[in-house]
Design a binder for this molecule. Structure first.
Ligand SMILES: Nc1ncnc2c1ncn2[C@@H]1O[C@H](COP(=O)(O)OP(=O)(O)O)[C@@H](O)[C@H]1O
Ligand SMILES: [Mg+2]
Length: 274
């Protein structure tokens, strides 16, 4: 089938969906007329009816309650919600770090919910890059060596120097973490996560420990990796200002999704203010 590249295709599709949900039939028709061959976006993840409860002593904590979510290939999604709303629980389940109490997750039509530990380990190693609030770098290894730890065991990886170049650290290859600022360490962590060319990059409060300017630099790197590598990216934050950099914003509260918004255009992280 000829047509627009998939990443562009789903953006058009999302605009169509948005026009339709806003009951703007005319707008949808106009968009459809302009987009001759609209590719239906490929859902990388399909989560259905996800619930997660924890029993702590005599108390049952509901971290997620009946959540449905698709992540489409190539998009950048911001998961926005206050502390305790279930964002990390959802991301950890998508990334195969945790399993739901109820519900299912499919990754490219593979059922993750009933996959064994071995299959989940392979899934994480081959398909998922994680970025956390704290960088989790090994202090006794240089930036290049920290990235190489991952690229040596992954099959489709790029050279560590290339990944560090992508995050703007080509001149810091032989620095140890202690010789790098917090923002630079987080960029090494992003290089480590994208170097294996994962299908999806899952970022849990990646700017949570950084000041505004440094945080924006880190978000720029995430946006760039999404654009240049086409990596589907989910960014968790409690900071509403960050939502503007996304293709879609998924809002969470009390373990549920309260709304999904499609941004007409993505704002460059350098233009964000908080
Ligand atoms: N391992 C756990 N044991 C018990 N309760 C947990 C655990 N993990 C998360 N929770 C609870 O689940 C809720 C959602 O947590 P979380 O997903 O971490 O939220 P967020 O990332 O939005 O801050 C919170 O009320 C939290 O206290
Ligand atoms: Mg969290």
């Amino acid at each position: 089938m000829s047509g627009p590249p998939l990443a562009g295709g789903w953006r058009i599709w999302l605009r169509l969906a948005r026009a339709a949900t806003e009951a703007c039939a005319e707008a949808a028709d106009a968009l459809a007329a302009g987009a001759e061959d609209v590719a239906v976006p490929e859902a990388l993840f399909e989560a259905r009816g996800l619930s997660k409860s924890y029993v702590v002593g005599e108390v049952v904590v509901t971290a997620l309650a009946n959540v449905d979510l698709d992540l489409f290939r190539g998009e950048l999604v911001v998961l926005l919600g206050p502390s305790g709303s279930g964002k990390s629980t959802l991301l950890n389940i998508l990334g195969g770090l945790d399993v739901p109490t109820h519900g299912s997750v499919r990754f490219l039509h593979h059922d993750l919910t009933n996959a064994g530990e071995e299959a989940l380990t392979r899934f994480r190693r081959e398909h998922v890059g994680f970025v956390f609030q704290f960088y989790n770098l090994i202090p006794s290894l240089t930036a290049r060596e920290n990235v190489a730890l991952v690229t040596e065991i992954a099959t489709r990886s790029m050279p560590p120097g290339e990944a560090l170049g992508l995050v703007g650290l080509a001149d810091r290859l032989d620095h140890f973490p202690a010789q790098l600022s917090g923002g630079e360490q987080q960029r090494v962590a992003i290089a480590r996560a994208v170097a294996k060319r994962p299908d999806v990059l899952l970022c849990d409060e990646p700017t949570g420990a950084l000041d505004c300017e440094t945080g924006k630099r880190v978000l720029e790197v995430l946006a760039r990796a999404n654009e240049e590598l086409g990596t589907t990216t989910a960014v968790i934050t409690h900071n509403a200002a960050i939502a503007a950099m996304a293709d879609r914003v998924v809002r969470m509260r009390s373990g549920t999704i309260t709304g999904v918004q499609v941004n007409e255009r993505r704002v460059s992280p350098s233009e964000l203010e908080w």
